[in-house]
Design a protein around this ligand. Structure first.
Ligand SMILES: Cc1cc2nc3c(=O)[nH]c(=O)nc-3n(C[C@H](O)[C@H](O)[C@H](O)COP(=O)(O)OP(=O)(O)OC[C@H]3O[C@@H](n4cnc5c(N)ncnc54)[C@H](O)[C@@H]3O)c2cc1C
Length: 430
């Protein structure tokens, strides 16, 4: 049993960035990751014979993701970062409408009367220039958007997206979260060519080069105080003692593996709901969505929330000519689709593909994969903020840092990297 260094639980964007910063500062650090690859929710898999990595769940960056861009550059991957403005659209009653945020695009949303289009544009412009969401605290997105952008714009544009992402919680989502979605996002999107996996592999290599360890296939079972301000970690690797433990696991999972966190701390912070994410990915021999990269589906009878044709953004030639299509949804973690086989999901989704393109034939499908992940989307209701746990916990030297602490922005790689950078500074300072 060793007694030294920091154990970082979880090898996603947050855990790996934190471990990298601690290792750079000369600390002994061990990352424990349950899965067989690094990268967490942003991890990828090799696409067929091309061997090129693709994320299990669609991923891109925004121009405002400056911490992620800085880390990519710091690790020497800047040349692989590609920026483009692919077509993002909203499917309403079978017709795609561009969501580019430009005046022309908003005026082209003809299912809305002109006055509603103008209100939609004015409301969006206001949120773009509002520097901080303080005045929106305590308000739901449903109430604010209805009031300021109009009932019709809410029903056509916003409600289907909120319902797709948050299901039964759609009416309770905090307006500051919606501010984050509109204020902090750009039409220009960034992608790490060859897959974001390259970033996570580079972090693992850098951690190891600085004397740290990244243990994959290592599930953490428990963390307990072990006397003298040390902590005992029990994992697939065995029992070990550390001077410090940082859990980057979802708050609820952290509470589960740390039974000694006291009742009053639990009462305040072991709180809130989350959805899982599910994606069926098809490799087609031709495009399905013509030129659309991102299609938000608002028609309620589709079984998925978004169709994302990755190769309408990054050319199919990069993947041996395969056209890669994600069909994604956020679901309660006990939903049957979260446990369905790829074949079962495909059978359910197939009839809807010819609605997206009447020429579609199942023969276009050359390969398929499906992925499901728990704790993928925090449900950011109006009382969420008051229940965000601090990094410090009542157990000495035990810290929590996870994407459930991101607020008001929607979680994203960038914000996990920001949390890691800030916590690393604090811990190194100590
Ligand atoms: C569908 C979808 C689309 C997304 N799109 C984007 C996007 O376009 N751009 C973007 O930047 N972000 C996007 N994100 C969000 C992004 O993936 C996350 O914000 C980011 O990857 C979170 O990193 P993290 O390290 O905080 O958490 P995670 O990636 O969740 O890392 C936690 C790690 O802990 C591990 N773990 C869990 N339990 C244990 C245990 N008991 N023992 C050991 N290890 C354990 C998990 O396997 C995981 O690797 C998307 C997410 C989803 C689900």
């Amino acid at each position: 049993m060793t007694t030294s260094g920091t154990a970082v639980l979880g090898g996603g964007a947050l855990g790996l960035t934190l471990a990298y910063r601690l290792a750079l500062a000369g600390e002994r650090v061990v990352v424990m990751e349950r899965e067989g690859e690094a990268g967490g929710l942003a991890a990828g898999f090799p696409v067929g014979e091309s061997g090129v990595y693709l994320e299990k769940f669609y991923h891109h960056l925004f121009r405002t993701d400056t911490a992620a861009v800085a880390l990519i550059e710091e690790l020497g991957l800047g040349e692989k970062l590609y920026w483009g403005e692919p077509n993002s659209s909203l499917l309403y009653q079978g017709v795609p409408y561009r969501l580019a945020g430009s005046v022309g695009a908003i005026l082209a949303i003809t299912p809305l009367p002109l006055l509603d289009r103008l209100r939609l544009g004015a409301g969006g412009a206001f949120l773009k220039v509002l520097p901080s969401p303080g005045m929106l605290e305590g308000k739901t997105a449903a109430a604010w958007l209805r009031r300021w952008m109009g009932k019709r714009a809410y029903e056509v544009v916003w409600e289907p997206q909120l319902r797709g992402k948050f299901g039964a919680y759609a009416d309770k989502i905090a307006m500051p979260w919606m501010w984050g979605r509109i204020h902090c996002r750009t039409n220009s999107l960034g992608y790490l060519k060859g897959g974001f996996q390259a970033l996570y592999e580079a972090l693992v290599a850098a951690i190891e080069a600085h004397g740290g360890e990244v243990r994959l296939n290592t599930e953490v079972q428990s963390v307990k105080p072990a006397g003298g301000d040390t902590l005992r970690v029990i994992s697939g690797f065995g029992k070990e003692q550390y001077n410090r433990v940082v859990s980057t696991l979802a708050s609820r999972v952290t509470f589960k593996v740390t039974p000694d966190l006291p009742a009053d701390f639990r009462k305040q912070y072991e709180w809130g709901a989350a959805y899982g994410a599910h994606c069926l990915i098809l490799a087609l021999d031709r495009p399905l969505l013509k030129d659309v990269y991102w299609l938000s589906i608002t028609d309620p009878d589709y079984p998925f929330l978004a169709a994302v044709e990755h190769t309408n953004y990054i050319p199919a030639e990069e993947y041996g000519g395969r056209h890669l299509l994600y069909l994604g949804s956020y679901l309660p973690m006990d939903h049957s689709t979260m446990r369905a086989t790829t074949e079962e999901t495909l059978a359910q989704y197939l009839p809807h593909l010819s609605r997206l393109n009447p020429a579609f034939s199942p023969e276009w499908i050359r390969e398929k994969w499906s992925f499901a992940a728990p704790f993928a989307q925090p449900i950011v209701t109006t009382d969420y903020k008051a229940h965000i746990p601090p990094h410090e916990t009542p157990i000495p030297n035990f810290y929590m840092a996870n994407m459930f602490q991101v607020y008001p922005q929607d979680r994203g790689q960038n914000y996990s990297i920001v949390l890691a950078n800030n916590l690393a500074k604090k811990l190194i300072g100590e």
